[in-house]
Design a binder for this molecule. Structure first.
Ligand SMILES: C[S@@+](CC[C@H](N)C(=O)[O-])C[C@H]1O[C@@H](n2cnc3c(N)ncnc32)[C@H](O)[C@@H]1O
Length: 347
């Protein structure tokens, strides 16, 4: 368990959360010393790696901070206005582990993996939609596999801000994706009209409830202010722009999708494909092939994905934005992106 926590500390260091990396190193030491961390985490020694025990612990602690239940630790958490003096935060975290042991153990016992809905990925996805409407102007029906809380089903309500006052999306949007795009920009002439927004997830979160908002916020690392700002803006938009997220697997979800004349039906997914088992991936792919075969100039169909992929079996993994539109169906790698979407570099 200490090894896993140490590994997560390193990952946080590399991925831009000095606060969590320092705190998790202390937690790992404390586990080995049999301190309060060991007590809170007892029984989780064999939790599987993908359940991300260290991030579940920190997410639970962050939740207490967001609920204003841990004022001394809050002093160090930028998400609630604190200063991230990471080295000084450990005594306050240790105190929280002692004082809130019962609540933390209850939160850890819930069968909940960390759940993030990354608003920055909208930068890539919305540029992909710009390519779709440039080719086939007209209304879009948007369907997302692994939509989490469905925040990116409202991607057209976010502002992609480009130099010189240019950009895409409402100027007064509470979500501003700054420095989002590099390279050869997508075509921006055709309007984006989304007439249907619907997604699925095996563990959906409801962005319109207090608990859903709290969970989404608690899993963003507290010293990553830009991500928190984007999330908070997206939650504001979710409260007024409806989108449904059904509790369903990708397989069951795509089975129910049909094409509608006069529209382009888009199925998209970001950083989700790896979570579908091989069987489910095959079933989803088969349904996409069915829909592709039914598509014509009146009932268009597009498959847009932002997923880790290799261009060839021997190349590096990259986060690629890939589009296919039918009729036609040629596969196009539109862009590469940071795992959190920003920046997206257009090919
Ligand atoms: C890394 S998250 C990405 C969420 C969202 N697409 C984004 O980019 O912010 C992966 C999501 O896939 C969901 N998921 C995992 N297995 C799934 C499945 N078989 N069918 C549908 N969703 C699934 C998870 O619950 C999680 O919300």
């Amino acid at each position: 368990m200490a090894g896993h926590i140490r590994w997560q500390a390193d990952a946080c260091r590399q991925l831009g959360s000095p606060l969590y990396s320092v705190l998790l190193d202390h937690v790992a030491d404390d586990v080995l010393a049999g301190g309060p961390s060991a007590d809170v985490l007892a029984g989780h020694e064999n939790d599987p790696g993908p359940s991300a025990l260290a991030l579940r612990l920190m997410g639970s602690v962050h939740r207490l901070v967001l609920e204003r239940c841990a004022p001394a630790l809050a002093e160090f958490f930028p998400s609630v206005g604190g200063e991230a003096a990471a080295e000084e935060a450990w005594p306050a975290l240790r105190e929280v582990l002692v004082e809130h042991r019962g609540e933390l153990r209850r939160l850890l016992a819930l069968d909940q993996a960390p759940q993030t809905n990354e608003v920055g990925r909208a930068a890539a996805l919305i540029g992909g939609l710009a390519h779709v409407v440039a080719e086939w102007p007209g209304p879009l029906r948007l369907f997302e596999i692994g939509a989490s809380a469905g925040l990116n089903l409202r991607a057209d309500k976010y502002r992609v801000a480009l130099p010189g006052g240019l950009g895409l999306g409402p100027l007064d949007s509470p979500v501003v994706l700054d420095n989002a795009w590099q390279g050869r920009l997508p075509p921006l002439g055709a309007p984006l009209e989304i007439v249907e927004r619907s997604g699925c997830d095996t563990a959906p979160l409801d962005a319109t409830t207090d608990d859903g908002r709290l969970r989404l916020t608690s899993y963003v690392w507290p010293d990553q202010r830009a991500r928190l700002d984007r999330l908070r803006g997206a939650l504001e938009i979710a409260a007024r722009v409806p989108a449904t997220v059904d509790r369903a697997t990708g397989r069951d979800f795509v089975r129910r999708i049909e094409l509608v004349p006069g529209t382009t039906t888009v199925i998209w997914h970001s950083v989700t494909w790896q979570y579908l088992g091989v069987d489910e991936q095959e079933d989803v792919s088969a349904r996409l092939d069915d829909l592709a075969a039914q598509a014509d100039e009146r009932s268009r169909f597009a498959h847009l994905l932002l997923e880790p992929r290799r261009r060839t079996p021997s190349s590096e993994w990259e986060f690629l934005l890939v589009l296919r539109i039918w009729p036609g169906g040629d596969e196009r790698v539109l862009a590469t992106a940071h795992p959190h979407g920003l920046p997206t570099t257009w090919s």
